[in-house]
Design a protein around this ligand. Sequence first.
Ligand code: BJW
Length: 232
Amino acid sequence: MTVPSPDYPNILVLTGAGISAESGIATFRGPGGLWEGHRVEDVCTPEALARDPALVHRFYDLRRAALSTVEPNAAHRALARLDAEWPGELLIVTQNVDDLHERAGATRLLHMHGELKSALCAACGARAEWADALPPGSVCGACGAPALRPDIVFFGEMPYDMDRIEAALSSCDLFVSIGTSGAVYPAAGFVQTARHWGAATLEINLEPSQGSFLFEESRMGPASVLVPEWVA
Ligand code: BJW
């Protein structure tokens, strides 16, 4: 059984939109996953930002504003408890751009697809906290270029912290994937990398994901129930 145990001192947890669904944040590919009729694959690209910056900024402005209306759920809190109490190695890699893991108290955390509350200078790559008053294309503080954009990893861009993630995948004893459809790479391939290096693998998801067959064990159901059960 792939429970947190001394048999698995080094744990890597990957989370996706499903862990925040019960907090009221819509997933990307389920019902309600379209935004004003757009597929995420059409809106979240550098080309879409260049073509229609107002559309892309409105998408992220609305989602950023919505953060103040949602709270971490029992799944975020269970992972934060694991983070606080686990004596071994632990890394939580989230694909989510919300801040619910950290608001629940998690600290051993990487946001591989960026953060809604962060701004990125498209000219020099500097990152800073997003100030709500900033209009699209505002001057970037570090280099002065008129190029501020949401600090979000768009399709075709390199996710953050891949070196650290690859290192963690190669050394973990247990890889746990929670609430992700397995539709987006490189995260969808992490289970194969972890298995290659000998890790046990567990998936927790509402329904079978695209990569379910790759996991040693799959538990199907709501994250708010199954994650606290797993951490218990
Ligand atoms: C619950 C639940 C509950 C619901 N409890 N569960 C062709 C083949 C292969 C790859 C490619 C290809 N063409 C292009 C690519 C690469 C591309 C890609 O993967 N495209 C696919 C569409 C095919 N990837 C990229 O471009 C990435 N960069 C890249 O590859 O760089 C090159 C590289 C090379 C080598 C190494 C490393 C890099 C960048 C991807 C950027 C993704 N960005 C987004 C948007 C930004 C964030 C935002 O705006 O919010 O990130 S897309 C969107 O999808 C978002 C998510 O993080 C990501 C994953 O979605 P997620 O989290 O899985 O959500 P859903 O909705 O898909 O699934 C939710 C699941 O939860 C479902 O299964 C539900 O059942 C479940 N669920 N309620 C438990 N209560």
